[in-house]
Write a protein that binds this ligand. Structure first.
Ligand code: V0V
Ligand code: CO
Length: 142
């Protein structure tokens, strides 16, 4: 079902500071910066590598306010890994298949994600404590 690890989402208080850290420490390059009001985040995608299943990124995410999903996460757990995003060919089909196995879906329908992707989240409580995101890129990278 999964084509690649599309991205690892990392929650932070200060997006610009963390971008600078990832650039200077690991030599990564920012390929996209967006504000996603629906998800309550300001985020940046940093290119990691291209593989047979597509491209992998690090996604740095800063909350737009303390009441957002990431704002609450930061208050409770502090900075660190927030979610894993897996690349899928068809997010609607994947949701149907995974939902059919009794896993709680945070999103019943796809939402707008970074760089034009269609995304949907699975509840961390049903995935061993890992907030899991499905990512369908606009042009499937196969
Ligand atoms: C919360 N919990 C987590 C978690 N966030 N566990 C693991 N990883 C996380 N990231 C746990 C939390 O510790 C609680 O467990 C429990 O879930 C309920 O959390 P809560 O603080 O009461 O918060 P809720 O229930 O209001 O919301 C939790 C959910 C929410 C997962 C439903 O965060 C959500 O809807 N997330 C999906 C949207 C999102 O995260 N967007 C930002 C990324 P205990 O402590 O009671 O045991 S946007 C993005 O990635 C984009 C745009 C993209 O990739 O393109
Ligand atoms: Co994400």
């Amino acid at each position: 079902m999964f084509l690649r690890i599309d991205h690892v989402g990392i929650a932070c208080h200060d997006l610009e500071e963390k971008i600078e850290f990832y650039e200077s420490t690991f030599g990564l390059t920012v390929v996209s910066r967006e504000v996603n009001e629906e998800q309550g985040v300001r985020e940046a995608m940093l290119h990691v590598a291209d593989g047979p299943g597509g491209t992998s990124y690090v996604q740095l995410i800063e909350p737009l306010s303390p009441e957002t999903a990431v704002g609450k996460f930061l208050a409770k757990r502090g900075e660190g890994v927030h979610h894993i995003g897996y690349g899928v060919a068809d997010v609607t089909k994947a949701l149907e298949e995974i939902g059919g196995k009794g896993i709680r879906l945070v999103d019943e329908r796809p939402r707008h994600g970074s760089m034009g992707a269609s995304i949907a989240f699975l509840h961390p409580k049903d995935v061993g404590g890992v907030l899991t995101e499905l990512v369908e890129s606009p042009q499937p990278k196969l």
